[in-house]
Design a protein around this ligand. Structure first.
Ligand SMILES: [Zn+2]
Length: 355
């Protein structure tokens, strides 16, 4: 580069475009679709090198040309109308950490967003998104901590997306959609602190939801739940909202179950119970996919044992105080006792059933 730059055409740097003309060989290098901020840094560097400046191993004095305001602007962006939306061919700044796009009538997540590898918070509420991506490249959303998809038109949440986010996502807001089922994969999101599924069409919750060990806030108001799964007992929440659901009346619930409906467990169930109880680690190619899936359907009986098929589902009242810490907040319509479905597998389990 030293003394070899003939000319720089930088009129459209703000649009991420420029051309650098070299002397020897006499070539033009055109740059398109670049992040404007990074392009400015590059041109600055080129200018200094062309002028034959020796930086002697020191930090290149380029960042000083960029104001802190510019830097913070490129970390977050808020778009609240179609007019503010980047035109086709333009890119979002690649340094973005927080991106909010509201009320832009988006029908799906713009593929340009998948190239924002620094993204920590993505807020796409108040759009018309009905489909979420199934496959994403490994770097995409690799540090995403918050995902807000409220007020859209989702009918389902892709399990592969949830599994992709399971070690990073702390906050998921999918309220005000048309979702009928939450995939079991949501129970594997071990960083999830806050889950908002209010105003959807859920009639059941995944039975292992209580395994969300980081969960502190659970909002499931205005759905069609008739009961909650037994694993909710394991949660320690600071906020829970179960109001406006279709909970079965407690006094209309069944009598204490008898164990006559139980049979001898299948060999498959015995093996699976053993894998879970002994926390046997297995890799993807150790056992067939169908058995891996089976292992993920484990339920937990009232006595604390894993079970799969050989149990009796029994509904009884559960006091929500037992799933919330002492200073926590509970929002329900009426009684704090809600119907819970527990699994009964043995005589020991019967002790947990009210008479
Ligand atoms: Zn039992």
């Amino acid at each position: 580069v030293k003394n070899n730059v003939d000319k720089v055409f930088s009129k459209f740097v703000v649009e991420g475009k420029c051309t650098v003309r070299f002397k020897d060989p006499p070539l033009d290098v055109s740059i398109k679709k670049a992040d404007p901020l990074q392009l400015k840094i590059l041109l600055n560097l080129l200018k200094h090198c062309h002028a034959n400046e020796d930086f002697g191993g020191r930090n290149v004095p380029l960042i000083s040309a960029i104001t802190t305001k510019q830097l913070s602007l490129s970390r977050q962006m808020t778009i609240k109308s179609r007019a503010q939306y980047p035109a086709i061919g333009k890119q979002f700044p690649s340094s973005l950490e927080r991106l909010t796009i509201n009320s832009c009538e988006l029908k799906r997540i713009d593929s340009r967003i998948y190239n924002l590898y620094n993204l920590k918070s993505l807020h796409l509420g108040f759009n018309k998104i009905s489909i979420l991506p199934e496959k994403l490249n490994p770097k995409c959303f690799s540090s995403l901590n918050e995902l807000h998809l409220l007020h859209n038109q989702l009918v389902e949440i892709s399990p592969t997306l949830l599994l992709k986010l399971k070690n990073t996502l702390g906050c998921l807001d999918i309220s005000h959609n048309e979702i009928t089922v939450l995939p079991d994969a949501i129970c594997e999101m071990n960083q999830l602190r806050s889950l908002n599924c209010s105003y959807n069409k859920l009639s059941v919750l995944p039975k292992n939801i209580g395994w969300l060990r980081s969960l502190r806030e659970l909002r499931i108001s205005n759905n069609n739940l008739t009961h909650i799964p037994g694993s909710v007992k394991k949660l320690c929440l600071c906020h829970v909202n179960f109001s406006s659901n279709n909970f079965t009346e407690i006094n209309a619930m069944e009598n204490k179950p008898t164990l006559s409906g139980l049979s001898v467990s299948s060999l498959r169930e015995c093996a699976a119970i053993s894998v879970i109880k002994n926390k046997v680690k297995y890799a993807d190619d150790d056992i067939p996919k169908i058995l891996q899936h089976y292992l993920k359907t484990s339920n937990w009986s009232a006595c604390g044992r894993p079970c799969f098929e050989n149990y009796i589902a029994f509904k009884c009242g559960f006091d929500l105080h037992c799933a919330i810490d002492t200073t926590g907040e509970i929002v329900v319509d009426g009684s704090l006792i809600v119907p819970m479905e527990i699994a009964v597998c043995c005589h020991k389990c019967l002790r947990f059933c009210p008479p």
